[in-house]
Design a protein around this ligand. Structure first.
Ligand SMILES: *Cc1c(COP(=O)(O)O)cnc(C)c1O
Length: 445
């Protein structure tokens, strides 16, 4: 226990007392947040729980240190152990993703994306991208990383019925644009991108094929989604904290065409878009990678089973889950049209009151100006799967969602059922320390 008090020499100092009050305020907010999430069903598709062993690294001394450059060629002393951990993380990333090049330094998925843009484009270039209104991430848009680099993103046409890129339309756009760089990957990522189908056209124009795997990285590693680096992608970027249940960080994985391409990627990360690379998160990632090599297959398998089961159960209970004709999803994510039951905002706000946390989402046919009350909600099952929930719990979750969103029951009443369901799921699975109570690690010192 650390002593929570103002040092004697600042006793009766008004400013010290006020600021100490602020410290206590923040600690109290965190404590309340922990209690809330301990009793909630978090279903934001981009979040997850890291394992107890990975979490431990985040408060290690690595969080206080600097390392710039590459292992063995640093600009700072003191990196003996940092270098060993970084080399291990690179080794495990290459093993897990079966690739020649791995960079564990990007501090987030967006930073990894900036590095790829920096490496392979110049301001004024045109690249091809999935459209934000169809579910792409903000970093592939002109008001995100793509725009920051000063390149123009030409969007692929999208088949809204099947929620995937229209292959013939995309082939035409690629032939016309002749992009240096062609980006695939989305944030509402229900079905694989047509890499195999578009590969001949991409080869024809000589594009560097870039796959943003932020959402589906853990599924790819577990062999449960497409395998981009085998299907034609040269470089894959990702966040490491969505379906890969690691720390908030980024990664670049690649099979570069040649040494020049590899060097461009390396120098785009540093000195390009990072300096220090959050060594504690890098160490934590190393542990997450080791765990995913062992547990990733069964975890990814259960995620996809759960997503399909939740989609089916919600569909049967009257929800308009997108893509019923093709099994709702092949990932961890479901998209649901809730326009007839109050819209996205009404639904997610009621859900939040009942301790089910998710986000509202634009659907492809929504007006972009409807961002504040879009037709859709996006649900992810990766975190519920992580705490051990299976198909039968997905049915229970579907019932709870029906009570809230369709039957319009009092969320405060439904909340009691949510808390009861959650009480049976307090440990993190698919990791080495499966017996540790999840929220034990959240307790303050
Ligand atoms: C989440 C996401 C990112 C980047 O996220 P960070 O928050 O920067 O890690 C990039 N691309 C896609 C498709 C995403 O969904």
């Amino acid at each position: 226990m650390m002593s929570l008090k103002i040092p004697d020499r600042f006793m009766n100092d008004e400013l010290a007392e006020e600021m100490f009050g602020n410290v206590l305020f923040v600690r109290d907010q965190i404590a309340q947040h922990h209690k809330w999430f301990e009793n909630s069903l978090p279903m934001i598709a981009s979040e997850n729980l890291i394992s107890p062993l990975a979490r431990e690294m985040l408060i290690s001394d690595f969080c206080d240190r600097y390392a710039e450059g590459l292992p063995g060629a640093r600009y700072y002393q003191g990196n003996i152990y940092v270098d060993r951990v970084e080399l291990k993380a690179i080794e495990l990333a290459k093993k897990l993703f079966k690739c020649e090049h791995a960079d564990v330094r990007p501090t987030s998925g967006t930073v990894a994306n900036l590095a790829v843009l920096f490496a392979f484009t110049k301001p004024g270039d045109q690249i091809t991208v999935p459209n934000v209104s169809d579910g792409a991430h903000i970093s592939s848009a002109k008001f995100g990383a793509v725009g920051v680099r000063g390149v123009t993103g030409i969007p692929y046409p999208f088949n809204v019925k099947d929620m995937c890129i229209d292959v013939d339309g995309a082939a035409k756009v690629i032939r016309e644009t002749k992009p240096k760089l062609a980006l695939f990957g989305m944030s509402v990522f229900l079905f694989p991108a047509p890499l195999k189908e578009l590969r001949p056209v991409l080869d024809e124009v000589g594009a560097i094929v870039w796959y943003d795997a932020a959402h589906v990285l853990g599924l790819i590693a577990g062999g449960k989604f497409q395998d981009p680096l085998r299907e034609g992608a040269h470089v894959m970027t990702a966040s490491t904290h969505k379906t890969l249940p690691g720390p908030q960080h980024g990664i670049i994985l690649a099979n570069p065409k040649d040494e020049k391409m590899k060097n461009k990627l390396t120098y785009a990360v540093f000195p390009g878009v990072t300096s220090n690379h959050h060594l504690h998160a890098m160490a934590s990632l190393c542990i997450s990678l080791a765990e995913h090599i062992v547990f990733g297959k069964e975890y990814a398998d259960q995620i996809v089973r759960n997503a399909k089961a939740l989609g089916q159960a919600m569909h049967e209970l009257g929800f308009d889950v997108l893509c019923a004709h093709k099994g709702f999803t092949e990932s961890h994510t479901l998209a649901v049209d809730v326009s007839k039951i109050g819209g996205g905002t009404v639904c997610v706000e009621a859900m939040e009151k009942a301790n089910i946390i998710a986000n509202k989402n634009l659907l492809p046919w929504d007006d972009v100006n409807a961002a504040l009350n879009p037709s859709g909600i996006r649900l992810g099952v990766q975190e519920l799967t992580r705490i051990g929930m299976r198909e039968s719990e997905m049915k229970e979750v579907a019932y709870l969602l029906k009570k809230i969103c369709i039957d319009k029951k009092d969320p405060e009443e439904v909340k009691k059922e949510v808390i009861a369901l959650k009480s049976g799921f307090k440990t993190i699975k698919y990791c080495f320390a499966e017996d540790v109570e999840a929220y034990k690690h959240y307790k303050l010192l």
